[in-house]
Design a protein around this ligand. Structure first.
Ligand code: 2GW
Ligand code: MN
Length: 295
């Protein structure tokens, strides 16, 4: 058939978000002041999102770091659970950054799902392990990701997928509401309050969690570059932001508003009371700080 014979309108990804049912949840905020959706269970039809993203040929790269003891402790559970719940139906590539490539577990992958292990140096300070992820992510997008995968999601490894984390989470610039702060007043947010740091901020919109962020590759590149530049400027000035890369991420999303927010369903801490949480999609792993952080 010629292109003229098709009368079915192709839905764009933007139109999908405009059709979200913002009124389906009443006890929680479902839209920001700048009209970005906050994604809570019940607001969308997952099948419609999947169909439109398949038609638009969306594809997703996931980045995760497993350095030192975090590899044995968390990586296998993270990947195996992602194969059950993360962006099922879309092409996915996992980029695993580690100092021990030969220890990355072999896991069974679904069709159109790939894994790529890339060796990185291990920074001696854990703060640098966290912060320097921004450099690695930026380099990856520059050298091989751009133009190939439409979207990028960056994750902490110390977590496990437990429910659908699907195409509804895709957007141009995506931030996650931190489970511990989404109900707290702004004066409790732990932004960096040191005027000497580039992450310094007096007030903000929300407290975002650095365990999950994403967007199209262009925006994730901008985010990583700007956070990295600020981290390096802090290093030159001998200051370090309170919560490291997370403080810089919060500053970035204050200056450049995300186009989509994920509710804490997308990264839940089971230690908390589940009152507003109808489904947990990703859960914090139990952490043995003593064992993981001492050398
Ligand atoms: C991190 C802290 C202390 C000791 C070790 C590490 C560590 C982190 C490591 O030895 N190996 C490693 O691979 N990582 C990676 O960095 C791993 O992917 C991990 O999930 C991520 C962030 O570290 P994590 O999960 O221990 O930090 P959290 O859960 O306390 O996370 C928040 O705050 C961090 C900054 O302090 C980051 O912003 C993180 O994204 C936040 O979720
Ligand atoms: Mn973590």
């Amino acid at each position: 058939p010629s292109s003229h014979s098709s009368t079915r309108k192709v839905t764009t990804m933007k139109e999908l978000d405009e059709k979200l049912n913002y009124k389906s949840r009443t006890a929680v905020e479902t839209q920001t002041a700048w009209k970005a959706p906050i994604m809570w269970e019940g607001m969308w039809d997952p099948l419609v999102y999947d169909r439109v993203h398949m038609e638009n040929q969306s594809s997703v790269a996931l980045t995760v770091f497993a350095i030192g003891r975090y590899l044995d402790a968390y990586l296998k559970t993270f990947l195996v659970s992602a194969e059950k719940h993360f962006m099922i139906g879309l092409p996915v590539i996992y980029y695993v950054f580690t100092d021990q490539p030969n220890k990355v577990p072999l896991i069974e992958l679904g069709p159109h799902r790939y894994i790529r292990t890339i060796k990185v140096e291990r920074h001696s300070r854990w703060q640098d392990i966290c912060m320097m992820r921004m450099k690695t992510i930026s380099d990856l997008i520059e050298t091989e990701l751009q133009h190939i995968f439409s979207h990028v999601f960056c994750f902490d490894v110390d977590q496990k997928f437990t429910g659908r984390f699907g195409s509804e989470a895709l957007g141009d610039s995506v931030a996650l509401l931190h489970a511990h702060y989404y109900k707290l007043p702004k004066n409790r947010f732990t932004y960096d309050r040191n005027p000497k740091s580039k992450a310094y901020m007096e007030t903000g919109d929300y407290y975002y969690h650095a365990a999950v962020f994403g967007g199209n590759w262009q925006n994730v590149k901008k985010l990583a570059d700007e956070c990295l530049a600020n981290i390096m400027e802090d290093k030159n000035n001998n200051v370090e932001a309170l919560w490291h890369d997370e403080s810089h991420l919060n500053k970035y999303f204050w200056l450049h508003k995300p186009t989509k927010l994920l509710s804490p369903e997308y990264c839940w801490d089971n230690y908390l009371n589940k009152k507003d949480i109808l489904v947990t999609r990703l859960e914090w792993a139990v952490k043995n700080y003593e064992k993981l952080r001492t050398e």
